[in-house]
Design a protein around this ligand. Structure first.
Ligand code: HDE
Length: 750
């Protein structure tokens, strides 16, 4: 008869193996939390107390009280333990929000390895191409509190938990590949300076204030990261359109015991795209959940978010071969020197069931790595390895690793016990090691080659508070970044810096900041100083003239133009051309876009020839003019028809067109709706098709055509130079924004 210990062990292993053996390991995390999920919509499930006793409706509505003989209210009774349970539970609903990255959104998915990296690592998740590994990803902003807006200018967190068969592996990364500081001891200062100022708790979720810039300028090592944060990377269009970076230097060890240094990369399938600043500012108020909703909407519409996963690898013996220190998190490893090997795919295809228990309770730790992956002496990473575990204890309590979202899907067993909210029940006598029950779990098998073993790194040195010499160079890569930007990106950086420094009213701060910009490039410094009233130093650092072709986000366009998941507003009123609207909507939907009808009311809107209330007639408007804004869409389509007369007299509609133009969005107009364009955009340089012509004209992304016989055809391929109306319009959407409007100064004129 097997001992209790053996039975426990068998159970644990069986459970683990059952999941590991299943062909669908990609779903193993969902399978493992299934028993914890309660369907909140189960029919005829009675309301009960937390201890399971059924409740009458009166217990949900009224506290137990005394009512006198005349029906008058008497005192409420403390003896009502049902009411007390409800109120107590409510009183304690809040947990501390994350000290940074408090606002976030998460989703489930999987990681599929496509090419083995067995030459550099023995981590099975990176060598076994038959595997699919379940993941949970949480995106976040850094500075804002949990209720702040999604579209603020900030770094975005990109934290991935891989539930591998050898344990959880967390890459706790960002959408920017470098960081502000080199040494973890400065992190509390950085975050204190960036968060709202201590006297009045202003501003919320913004770096545009004296304290942030004061700290940032007093740390010249922050210069490189400042350039990234002030670039368009700081205002992504969508979480699905950002790169992800592990930032810190980790290590890999292969089967022969050889070690290399590694950086992790994620490249989005849809390309890297951003909002424009005015749009981001407006969205903060108009739709503070814009990114959160975008992720959910894409998954719901069958457009899972996808990234290629890559590694940059430097063999151990080349650690000193570069002009920068490869352990310095304020430096990139230029891809010209160390190319990224793309070896896998990350896909997010399932939204969370409940925000709190999944997105809020998920807890990442940089110290969570699996055999074959290790740490380096990167001084930021070493500090992070301490901080994450520690902060989860404050946030979630000591047993946070047991929570359904955090626990591994592989078998796990050890002698850690008890503590607040422990709920795993481990049978048996053994809670210490070694013990007299030889061979009973948990065991250490001396022959086990899959156990995590630290790399035997030789360490010699003098204990001191110093930095390695190459950490002291702070400007080369900031200049490299600036030089590598396109003209439009340079313009955006200049405007962003001008915005931020204009919000700093302490002249010590903005003058020092202007002086710092001169360490990057004098033309940038001059332009910003002019805008914010700053002064420049007389000693100027020479621009090193270096460039990389992997830093501009324009370099990360999708291989084939696509309009997948792009939101297109189709504005109409009663009297529109039905053939056009139905065929255009169908063509855009078939190409993967998300067209939405915006009308004067959320109800049926009737086409020319139909009268209000016609049975089977009309088209349902998804939204009305008051409940949406142009900022929430990527493009605007104006159908032909007699409805133009009423649209032309609607200020909201005209504003929508102007704002779309100003925010550089493609605009399509057909037939009579050309009059709307003429009214809204009175710029002679923008060519507009004649209402009588059948030839589509694309001028600055305003695509117009007079007539379209029989509606819109299918979009076969989205490509440059398409001559038909919908083809030209779709191509413009695929390029994200019509940059030439801004370059030629037109965007501000409307
Ligand atoms: Fe974090 N960081 N961090 N960080 N970080 C946290 O951990 C910390 C850093 C990042 O969605 C905290 O669970 C220190 C770099 C992300 O749950 C905390 C240092 C990068 C998230 C913490 C850094 C990050 C966090 C707060 C300097 C990019 C959100 C809540 C040494 C690679 C994860 C928590 C999520 C969260 C500490 C610097 C990314 C306090 C000490 C560099 C994406 O532990």
């Amino acid at each position: 008869m097997a001992s209790i210990m053996e039975q426990v062990h068998d159970k644990v292993l069986q459970a683990g193996n059952a999941i590991q053996d299943s062909a669908a390991f990609g779903n193993a995390k969902i399978a493992s939390i299934k028993a914890d999920i309660v369907d909140g919509h189960t029919k005829s499930q009675n309301m009960t107390t937390d201890f399971g006793v059924r409740l009458p409706e009166s217990a949900s509505n009224s506290w137990l009280r005394v009512v006198d003989d005349n029906g008058r209210e008497g005192p409420m009774l403390l003896e009502d333990s049902i009411a007390r349970e409800k109120i107590h539970r409510f009183d304690h609903e809040r947990i501390p929000e994350r000290v940074v990255h408090a606002r976030g959104a998460g989703a489930f998915g999987y990681f599929k390895l496509k090419q083995s990296a067995s030459d550099v690592t023995h981590a099975n998740v990176l060598t076994d191409t038959s595997r699919t590994t379940p993941v949970f990803v949480r995106f976040s902003t850094v500075l804002g509190s949990r209720g702040s807006a999604d579209t603020v200018r900030d770094v975005r967190g990109f934290a991935v938990k891989f539930y591998t068969q050898e344990g959880n592996w967390d890459i706790v990364g960002n959408d920017i590949p470098v960081f502000f500081i080199q040494d973890a001891i400065k992190f509390p200062d950085l975050i204190h300076a960036g968060k709202p100022e201590p006297d009045n708790e202003v501003p919320q979720a913004q770096s545009a204030h004296n304290n942030f810039w004061d700290f940032a300028i007093l740390h010249s090592e922050a210069t490189h990261m400042l350039m990234w944060a002030m670039s368009d990377r700081g205002i992504p269009r969508s979480y699905r359109m950002m790169q992800g970076f592990g930032v810190n230097t980790f290590t890999l060890v292969n089967g022969a015991g050889e070690r290399s240094f590694v950086k992790f990369h994620f490249k989005p399938e849809l390309g890297v795209h951003s909002l424009v600043w005015d749009e981001a500012l407006k969205l903060s108020g108009q739709d503070p959940d814009f990114h959160r909703k975008d992720l959910e909407e894409a998954i719901k519409n069958g457009a899972p978010a996808k990234w290629d996963f890559g590694i940059q690898v430097i063999p151990e013996n080349q650690q000193d071969a570069f002009e920068f220190d490869i352990l310095d998190a304020t430096k990139i490893w230029p891809e010209e020197l160390i190319p990224v090997r793309y070896i896998g795919e990350l896909v997010l295809d399932r939204s969370v069931d409940e925000y709190f228990t999944q997105t809020e309770q998920v807890a990442f730790c940089t110290s969570h790595v699996v055999p074959g992956i290790g740490f380096s002496d990167d001084p930021l990473l070493q500090g992070r390895n301490f901080s994450y575990f520690d902060t989860q204890i404050t946030r979630l309590g000591i047993n946070w690793e047991e929570l359904p979202i955090n626990r591994p899907v592989c078998p796990y067993l050890n002698i850690n016990r008890d503590g607040a909210s422990r709920h795993r029940i481990t049978k048996g006598k053994v809670n210490y090691w070694p013990n007299r029950f030889e061979g009973t779990p948990p065991v250490h098998d001396p022959k086990d080659t899959t156990a995590y073993r630290e790399y035997p790194e030789k360490v010699v040195g003098i204990k001191q508070r110093l930095q390695a010499p190459k950490f002291k160079e702070h400007f080369n890569q900031a200049t490299l970044f600036w030089n590598s930007m396109t003209d439009i990106e340079k313009l955006h950086i200049t405007k962003a810096l001008s915005f931020e420094l204009s919000h700093c009213d302490d002249e010590v701060v903005f003058n020092r900041a202007c002086a710092r910009l001169a360490d990057i490039d004098i033309s940038l410094a001059k332009a910003v100083a002019e805008n914010v009233g700053g002064t420049l130093p007389t000693q100027i650092r020479q621009n090193n003239g270096k460039k990389s072709k992997f830093l501009s986000q324009m370099a990360f366009m999708p291989e084939k133009p696509t309009i997948k998941s792009r939101r297109v507003a189709i504005i109409l009123a009663d009297g529109y051309d039905k053939t056009f609207v139905t065929t255009a909507k169908a063509a855009l939907t078939a190409a993967g876009a998300v067209p939405m009808i915006i009308g004067p009311r959320r109800n049926y809107i009737y086409a020319a020839g139909e009268t209000r209330g016609d049975k089977g007639g009309g088209i349902w408007a998804d939204h009305h003019f008051e409940d949406q804004r142009s900022t929430m869409f990527d493009a605007l389509l104006l159908p032909p028809g007699a409805h133009v007369a009423s649209l032309a007299s609607n200020g909201r509609v005209i504003h929508w067109i102007r704002e779309s133009f100003g925010h550089l969005k493609p605009i399509g107009a057909v037939g009579a709706s050309i009059q709307l364009i003429k009214k809204a955009i009175q710029l002679p340089v923008v060519n507009i098709a004649d209402e009588s012509s059948n030839q589509a004209v694309d001028s600055y992304g305003v695509v117009t055509v007079g007539g379209l016989e029989g509606g819109v055809k299918e979009i076969v391929e989205i490509m440059k130079g398409a001559s038909d109306f919908i083809g030209a319009f779709a191509y413009r959407i695929s390029t994200h924004r019509c940059w030439e409007r801004e370059l030629e100064g037109l965007a501000d004129q409307v």
